[in-house]
Design a protein around this ligand. Structure first.
Ligand code: BGC
Length: 266
């Protein structure tokens, strides 16, 4: 199976670090022109764009807050201005604001739902409007467009102390499936990815040392994931190699969602 995304344009939200950063790199390596969206961290997003261009690819960085409707409209307009089209959306932006439910402020509830769920809706809506206008681009892809929603194992696994995050990802699951049901007749493919514990710069505290050892007990496959584990799946779901995959979530979690605590118990 050879994957090429040549002549396709991909927009990755939240791509200044972590999984989004890795996904943008992998999509560019597969030949797509890439829009690297960031909210606050312009420098790493611009550095990634420069690196992709230096390697012979096409990329630009665009700042936008995905929870803000005007920002999202501008982000997609600037994408069209830069590259003329859009074929792939990776709705990846997400954040955590952790607290026990009794202590969780409404502001932190709203912020997490705003970015993780409403942000994915706003970006998907903007992408769908473009895909509907352009239809299938013959010789480029069998689909009129592909949307990949970045979810989490916590769309399925309840997570004490993270009720805003778990609720947002449960919402992403239904957002993804409902959109898939609604738009697949227009040859638009909508799917999700549910990563488990992935080693990134911002979760060092939970993936290293004693916390990392404790985390490993929850991962039957016995290792913490790397950004590339998820990025490879993004490229696959964005490509025609997955053309018959519609409305599915790919769990990339080393088996975390298999409830390993139940081995020998229950
Ligand atoms: C969270 C990580 C966590 C993982 C497994 C992810 O969605 O972002 O912080 O380690 O789920 O619990």
């Amino acid at each position: 199976m050879q994957i090429s995304l040549a002549r396709q344009v991909a927009l990755v939200t939240g791509a200044s670090s972590g999984i989004g950063h890795g996904a943008a790199r992998a999509l560019a390596a597969a030949g797509a022109a890439v829009v690297i969206n960031y909210n606050r961290q312009a420098e790493p997003a611009e550095a990634l764009a420069r690196r992709i261009v230096a390697d012979g690819g096409q990329a630009i960085a665009i700042g936008a807050d995905v929870s803000n409707e005007e920002d999202v409209e501008r982000l997609f307009q600037q994408t069209l201005d830069a590259f003329g089209t859009l074929d792939i959306l990776v709705a990846n932006s997400g954040l955590q604001k952790d607290a026990a439910a009794v202590d969780l402020s409404l502001a932190d509830w709203n912020e997490v739902i705003g970015v993780n769920l409403t942000g994915q809706f706003l970006c998907a809506r903007a992408a769908l409007r473009i895909f509907n206008r352009q239809g299938v681009r013959e010789g480029v892809s069998r689909a009129a467009g592909k949307i990949i929603h970045m979810s989490s194992v916590h769309q399925r696994i309840p997570w004490a102390g993270h009720v805003n995050y778990a609720a947002s990802k449960g919402g992403v699951d239904q957002l993804m499936q409902t959109l898939a049901q609604e738009v697949s007749q227009q040859r638009i493919r909508v799917n999700g990815i549910a990563p488990g514990a992935i080693r990134t710069a911002i979760n060092k505290d939970t993936t290293e040392g004693d916390a990392g050892q404790a985390l490993l007990k929850l991962i039957p496959y016995g290792r913490i994931g790397d950004v590339e584990d998820v990025a490879n799946a993004v490229v696959f779901l964005a490509s025609d190699a997955s053309d018959y995959i519609v409305g599915t979530t790919l769990f990339i979690d080393g088996g975390m969602s298999l409830y390993p605590e139940f081995r020998g118990n229950g």
